[in-house]
Design a protein around this ligand. Structure first.
Ligand code: LFC
Ligand code: MG
Length: 457
């Protein structure tokens, strides 16, 4: 087990900040239901006695981040004083402690704000572990023995689809050729698609110019937001189809806008534009609704993609079992952090559903690349019909930003999970007291925070 020496690894502090970026000013990230997102995060710094640090975050759209921050503060008591080496030696046990405290689980369990808070903490611990091993997270995962990797996962509620023993066997069966796949990743990277061309609040002119831009950058897959007005959708998607031509791929994303029947009717009418998938057509909780939509749209060659707001591994299990998703979109800042996401990859592989991670949001591109690299090296071992989402936002604020060239994510090389902000970012963007926010509030661009939002102060 790559468990570091315990000396100095007692966790002495967990710091958490509400960090927000004013993306709503340019309608970046806007969709049918999230019309004015300010890309934000609850940002956790975990520090050990000998001064080692891990950074983790969970993504939000602005308002409400303060609630996650408070929940993380309430969870500190489960971590402070524990030794990081002990946590890694029984990570699944620790995962259960933090996600299933006998009293706190009432405000989850394993869903919503409580799970977002747990994810930020768990992600910071994985970042710490990878740094202690001096490896990027994907290499830590790839280099673990199957037994070690599987020991980080809580299998409660999923053994009807995959047991610990089956997971170990699955990983063992995929060991052959791993070194070549790692080499391939290092040389070629991993294919990406872009969502940057089609945020719902963008003008037709901007959509057009961004299509041209991303085509020139080598992208072949383009995702466009839909779901408010059919005529607008048809016009925008036709323009994108015209720009990218018949051989590139269009995907559409409704961000939960429709009821089940409405989704089917709307998509039948968009079918002539040949979208490869409809993402989040309806409520993220409606597993059978997604299965019905999948069935109805299969004759049109339109798959259903979902997962960015899926609550936990249990719901993923049912989506995968029921035929409710043809593209499984794990989200690195949701469900219970890396530990639980690993279990979703393993179930998806067992049930032969493709994983195409969600990455629209602060730090998500930085994180998911590690997970998908692991998938290629150790789990599905293929890139066939698999892509990582790419959104060109906030990368400049990270110490180790993702690098996408010629529509490929290049291999992350620095130790950790690529989640550390550059020095100065908190001083500028912590909400509401960072210098940028103070200025924007003073200038009347944003209203002052209310009492509940003062958690950073
Ligand atoms: C509010 C966000 O930008 C979402 O629109 C975004 O995550 C989106 O669903 C996506 O798939 O990238
Ligand atoms: Mg989406």
């Amino acid at each position: 087990m790559p468990v570091p020496n315990r000396n100095g690894l007692e966790i002495v502090s967990i710091d958490v900040k509400d960090v927000r970026f004013p993306t709503s000013l340019g309608s970046h990230g806007s969709d049918a239901l999230h019309t004015d997102p300010n890309y934000s995060c609850a940002y956790v710094t975990t520090t050990t006695g000998n001064g080692k640090q891990g950074f983790g975050l969970t993504f939000t759209c602005g308002r409400g981040t303060e609630i996650i921050v408070l929940t993380i503060r309430s969870m500190k008591k489960f971590i402070i004083g524990k030794n990081a080496a002990d946590i890694f030696a029984d990570f699944a046990g620790f995962w259960r402690t933090i996600t299933n405290d006998s009293q706190m689980r009432w405000i989850g369990p394993e869903k919503g704000v409580a799970h977002l808070a747990a994810a930020a903490i768990l992600n910071s611990l994985w970042d710490l572990w990878a740094r202690l091993e001096n490896k990027p997270l994907w290499r830590l995962l790839v280099d673990m023995e199957p037994e070690e990797l599987v020991s980080t996962i809580d299998f409660r509620y999923i053994t009807d689809v995959i047991t610990k023993e089956e997971a170990i066997k699955l990983l063992k069966d995929k060991q052959a050729g791993k070194d070549e796949r790692v080499k391939y990743l290092m040389q070629h990277g991993y294919p990406a698609y872009t969502t940057q061309v089609g945020w719902l609040g963008y003008s037709d002119e901007l959509v057009q110019s961004l299509c041209d831009k991303y085509l020139k950058l080598g992208f072949k897959f383009f995702k466009v937001k839909v779901g408010v007005n059919f005529e607008d959708d048809y016009r925008r998607c036709s323009a994108v189809r015209k720009c990218i031509g018949p051989n590139n791929v269009l995907m559409v994303d409704a961000n939960q806008a429709w009821s089940v029947n409405e989704a089917i009717e709307w998509m039948k009418k968009l079918a002539p534009l040949k979208p490869m998938w409809i993402e989040e057509p309806t409520s993220p909780d409606d597993i059978l609704g997604h299965a019905a939509i999948s069935k109805a749209l299969a004759p049109y060659n339109i798959g259903v993609a979902t997962g960015e707001m899926c609550a936990n591994r249990v719901m993923f299990k049912q989506f995968l079992q029921s035929g409710g998703m043809q593209y499984c979109q794990i989200d690195s800042a949701r469900i219970g952090g890396v530990n639980e996401i690993l279990s979703v990859y393993l179930m998806a592989e067992k049930l032969k559903v493709k994983v195409c991670p969600h990455a629209g949001g602060v730090g998500l591109c930085e994180m998911v690349q590690h997970l998908q690299y692991w998938d290629f090296a150790s789990v599905s071992c293929t890139m066939q019909d698999r892509l990582i989402e790419y959104v060109d936002q906030q990368h400049e604020h990270f110490v180790d930003p993702c690098v996408v060239e010629n529509a490929k994510y290049l291999a992350p090389k620095q130790p950790g999970y690529s989640t550390e902000f550059l020095p100065g970012i908190l001083d500028r963007f912590a909400y509401p007291n960072g210098s940028e926010w103070r200025q924007m509030i003073k200038d009347g661009i944003f209203p002052p925070p209310d009492e509940a939002e003062l958690v950073n102060v």
